[in-house]
Design a protein around this ligand. Structure first.
Ligand code: NDP
Length: 461
């Protein structure tokens, strides 16, 4: 009998862990997985999936408002029922969690619904049943958790993205702290669902690191939707009041709110996991340090997804988990290719992006061409709305290769997913130009953008 009960023991049944366990089992390995919360992880339970459902809910507000311009008469003012949305979301994520679990069991993976901690290079302990399991390989796929920054008095009155999905009552006045993905997405959702939203952040604009044109377009779109954006400001204290909360700001102002959402980043979920005792090297934020093969400095302990704090996106965790299992048990040598990762920010207006920003391209390439357009969305022609679509193509002026595409507007996430294929294949601007347009669509602008907006040549002297 083998000295190991499992070939692979996975800690954390989120996107990356579940994929690794299933693929490993498919290769004939004995796989086990432990989850202390709910099977499905952040993405399914309190991240991407419920967020997108709430985004859908929020966008009906625009549809109701626009309907009259297209000949519709609504018999009465639409009303939004928060509790109904929360219940519908809960039913859907429970269904998905059930599917995840069923698929694990169908694949032959043994599932433990309790916390597991690492005891050593080949040992984990299930904390509730106090069972110790010896495994040939251990995979840490515990994801991340919200951080509460900056540390100010009264922070305990604020909530994170973990709680906001299930609030007992809809917050009529919401303050969002932070300017990243999570902050802007929830600000847009709650504003359209009817809340008075104020977003405060320390930078000059939201979404630091995104292409400037997208940041500016989103700021305009959010402001147009009635969201108060307070830049270059930090919170200094939160206190309870008779009818809610009051937040004090570094500029001397105060804001009254029903809820305050802190969205100032996430940190790897490694606390108390026993990794240091097992000799696993962590970085300064607690992320598991791994090589290109997702293996830590301890040969038998691996990590995928947000717990490595590399690129914190669900599809990355899934790909890392999948290829790790292929390498460990399927005889593959393939490593993850991180080039041209498409991402979307599910704000309204939405942002879709793949490849380099203008700033990154100008840093890396001698000659950079920009093709940019901004136009009124076709739907807005009848409604008189102000929604604009912004498209930006970034090209290496020397090779004509497309380096990045950034789109702000409806369905930009869907567009960018497909564009990512052509960029990965090495598409040139000439290939975009040679592609037939699909009319009438917003996406056709991507293949009819002939006039260069700018060319930047680096002074090599
Ligand atoms: P982000 O890293 O995107 O944003 C963090 C925000 O908090 C930034 O605005 C940052 O400011 C601010 N911040 C950080 N520290 C402090 C501080 N001490 N005081 C004040 N402000 C601070 O984190 P999120 O929490 O929004 O998202 C976490 C991760 O989840 C993302 O990196 C992303 O990968 C993933 N995600 C992806 C989504 C998608 O793909 N659609 C959706 C949601 C999350 P500054 O810019 O000045 O540093």
């Amino acid at each position: 009998m083998s000295e190991f009960e499992a070939d692979l023991f996975v800690i954390g049944a989120g996107s990356g862990g579940v994929r690794a366990a299933r693929i490993a089992a498919g290769h004939g390995a004995k796989a086990m997985i432990a989850e202390e919360f709910r099977i499905g992880g952040t993405c399914v339970i309190r991240g991407c999936v419920p967020k997108k459902l709430y985004v859908y809910a929020s966008r009906f507000a625009d549809d109701f408002a626009d309907a009259a311009a297209f000949g519709w008469r609504l018999p009465q003012e639409p009303e939004f029922d928060w509790r109904k949305l929360v219940a519908a979301k809960e039913a859907e994520i429970s269904r998905l969690s059930g599917i995840y679990e069923a698929n694990l069991r169908k694949a032959g993976v043994e599932v433990f619904e309790e916390r597991a901690e690492v005891l050593g290079p080949h040992e984990v302990r299930l904390t509730r049943s106090d069972r110790v399991i010896r495994a040939r390989h251990i995979l840490v796929a515990t994801g991340g958790a919200p951080t509460f920054h900056p540390t100010i008095p009264g922070l305990e009155h604020a909530i994170s993205s973990n709680e906001i999905f299930d609030l007992a009552t809809f917050p009529k006045r919401l303050v969002v702290i932070g300017g990243g993905y999570i902050a802007v997405e929830f600000a847009c959702v709650f504003a359209r669902l009817g809340a008075k939203v104020t977003q405060i952040f320390r930078a000059d604009n939201v979404l630091r690191g995104f292409d400037q044109a997208m940041r500016e377009g989103l700021r305009d779109g959010m402001t147009h939707a009635g969201i108060a954006l307070r830049h270059d400001v930090l919170p200094t204290a939160i206190e309870k009041t008779a009818d809610g909360l009051r937040i004090a700001l570094s500029d001397g102002g105060t804001i009254e709110a029903d809820q305050i959402l802190i969205a100032t980043g996430r940190k790897p979920h490694t606390q108390g996991l026993g990794l240091e005792k097992a000799g696993v090297a962590l970085d300064s934020v607690g992320a598991v340090k791994v090589d290109a093969r997702n293996t830590s400095n301890v040969e038998s302990i691996h990590a995928v997804g947000d717990v490595t704090d590399h690129i914190n996106l669900t599809p990355i965790a899934i790909r890392e988990g999948h290829l790790l299992a292929d390498r460990l048990f399927g005889g593959s040598e393939q490593e993850v290719d991180y080039h041209f990762i498409p991402t979307a920010v599910f704000t309204t207006p939405e942002i879709g992006t793949v490849g380099m920003t203008e700033a990154e391209a100008r840093e890396k390439f001698r000659c950079v061409d920009i093709y940019q357009t901004s136009f009124r969305a076709m739907k807005a022609t009848l409604t008189g709305g102000a929604e604009r679509v912004i498209m930006k193509i970034i090209v290496d002026g020397d090779s004509d290769r497309v380096l990045g595409v950034h789109i702000l507007g409806e369905d930009s996430g869907e567009m960018v997913q497909l564009l990512a294929i052509s960029l990965k294949l090495g598409a040139k601007k000439a290939d975009f130009d040679a592609t037939m347009a699909l009319h009438p669509s917003a996406a056709e602008e991507l293949v009819t953008l002939r006039t260069r907006s700018a060319r930047y040549i680096r002074d090599e002297a």
